[in-house]
Design a protein around this ligand. Sequence first.
Ligand code: C2E
Ligand code: MG
Ligand code: MG
Length: 746
Amino acid sequence: MNSYRVLGVLAGVWAVSMATLLVLPHVAVGATAVLVLCAIGFGAALRAARISGSGTMARRAWRAFAAVFPLELVTLALFLVPGSDRQFPAPADLARLAIVGVLLLAAYSFPMRAVSALERRKSVLDVLLAGAAAAMAVWYLVVGPYVGERPGVVAAAAAFPVLDVLLVLGFTRLLRRGTIAAGSVTVTALAAAVLFMFCFDAWTGYLASHGGDTARDDRYQVMCVLTWLTLLAAAPVLRCGEPEDASALAERCVFRPAVPYIAITVGFGLMIYAATREQSAFPWSGLTLGGLAITGLVVLRQLAVQRESDQAAATDGLTGLANRSHLRDRLIQGLERDSRGGRATAVLLVDMNGFKQVNDTQGHKAGDQLLIGVARVLREAILGADVAGRLGGDEFAVVLHDIGSEANAEAVARRIVAATGEPVMIDGRPVRPSVSIGIALSGPGEFTADELLHRADVAMYHAKRRRGDGGGESRWACFADTMGSGDGPSLEDELRAATAVGQLRLVFQPIVGLPDEELAGVEALARWEHPRLGLLEADAFIPLAERIGVIDDIGRWVLREACSYARRWPQIPLHVNVSARQLEEDGFSAEVRAIVRATGMNAAHLVLEVTESQLIVDEVPRAHLQILADEGIRIALDDFGTGYSSLSNLTTLPIDMLKLDRVFVATLDNSAEGAAVAQAVLRLGRVLGMDLVAEGVETAAQARELTLLGATKAQGHYFARPLPASEIDGRIAAWSDNRYGRSLRA
Ligand code: C2E
Ligand code: MG
Ligand code: MG
């Protein structure tokens, strides 16, 4: 039957029994009505369990709830047994106790709606507020007045009201958080039933403790029980009228925001009432305690709300990124900090191409999804202290701190451009967002936030112009370029020529042993001495070199140059990075062998670092690695833990060493979670008999924790930055003078 019709039947049964109770004997009417209500409630609850098929938690909750109705029949039967005395705890009381237990079980079995941590904290405080108010009511009405004089009577009278406080906690939680297993109307009916039961029990408790008449044949009591049962049976009936996945219906609930206000009104209302009515002092111990608890909870809640509104004021509602004013504030602070530290700050202004078209042709919803997609790209492109924000419309900005050179900012722009190449699915159709990025850089104290934003804006328009109107692809431009010759050679062309014109350099970063920090190797890292942009780090041009296909030339140059230098340090292992692209070339291993012979490099001291990549599973790269290993050259897996190679590679490839990526070193904070990956990789390395080098060690604390975890080699700014070969010469001399316990940092 349609659930609206069943609701109508419930309402009809309730109305008819209320009316007839006034004239007919209430035991007969009450018993009949309870039977009908319980049958409807039980059937509906089982059906609700069935349609909540997706989650076992939801199913368990509704099944537990269904048990309330047979238990209610048992309670009724026990009440009707002639001569059953009402001395607490009578058998009927025990059955009612079971009902409370079952309701509690159901309340805590409903799977909660997912909410933010802040919202969760607020809802916990609201639940405690409701509990405090309910406890104050129980104290004032039932427990307080006679607790000193007639403890036995009071205990019997208070048993149910006190248990009901637990129910109030459980169902306020359900109402306040919302469950994905029922819509908010259903939950409201449940909460109303529990609130009604609480009021009823508090009232009977009040009568009992004040020596009033609580005989079971009280007409009004029957009316209350029937009302309660009607509300309770209505909940599963309402649920049956909802779609299986009720999560959308759980979002909105008119009573949810009212919970704390109702609780505060009840709590302080009781205090005002007692102040005006009571002559004796009995209520004040409990009421004052309750009042203090409520005040404390309200203060905590206020703090949570304050934080929430601070956060809301700083974020863009659609994308969750910083909004314009917050981004500007962060830029101002960042510029100040960077200029004090003598560092450069960059702004990337990211504007979407053709956004208006998507909005106009596919609707605002599609436009919103596209904006959310771009926001995700920006969020993933930045690190730690950097900030991404939406300035408005389809315009975004990224603030990069301590960026070093313009080329590093360009590297970020390149990452963003590459990531926006991935299509975003909109209504099942892939849409490829495209962006124009303007880059502006400020040296220490050079520009204000607004000047920098303006420059990025100019550069962004320059990028848009270069794109022309027809092309869809993303582009970036630097403000410095818009001012300069404008049509000079592109960075790509310059990189193609860089090896030939002698602009590449090598630096060497020491790898040290732990804990003595003695020199245990050096890693050769490429640098590009760009005539206009200054000295560029590998991150700023190696990915570009891979993309435009000049990495082979560069890689060959690096290996030859590094091996030639290494003749000066014959006792020290030399690490050289090899790009996955190089491994794809048929002649790679032969070339390496030739260079090793030509330079007189000791093969046993050469370590080639390859990054984990899909390529390693291909046949050609595998064969190269095997040939090189047979030659005595060692292979290290670089940036281990961030790539996507399978663990089986570790046993099937000739790998001698793992380099733990610096992201896992950065998380070391003396906690078990922070050390989890580092520890697992260390253990893996030990089991497989591989050497392990931890990369990117920046602090003494990280070095200490790695030592404690059993790491024997490490590399990072804390020990030494990448250095020119001449400085390595100096340190090797010092190191061989004093072999033991000499720190490189000295
Ligand atoms: P990698 O092999 O993992 O090199 C380590 C990178 O981390 C280097 O950046 C180094 O300067 C940096 N680094 C070292 N210690 C620290 C630290 O304590 N903190 C932080 N934040 N960074 C640290 P670089 O030189 O920019 O190199 C980046 C990547 O470029 C290298 O990662 C490597 O994969 C690649 N690469 C560098 N030189 C070459 C090369 O000659 N050929 C090829 N194919 N790739 C190279
Ligand atoms: Mg490396
Ligand atoms: Mg690495």
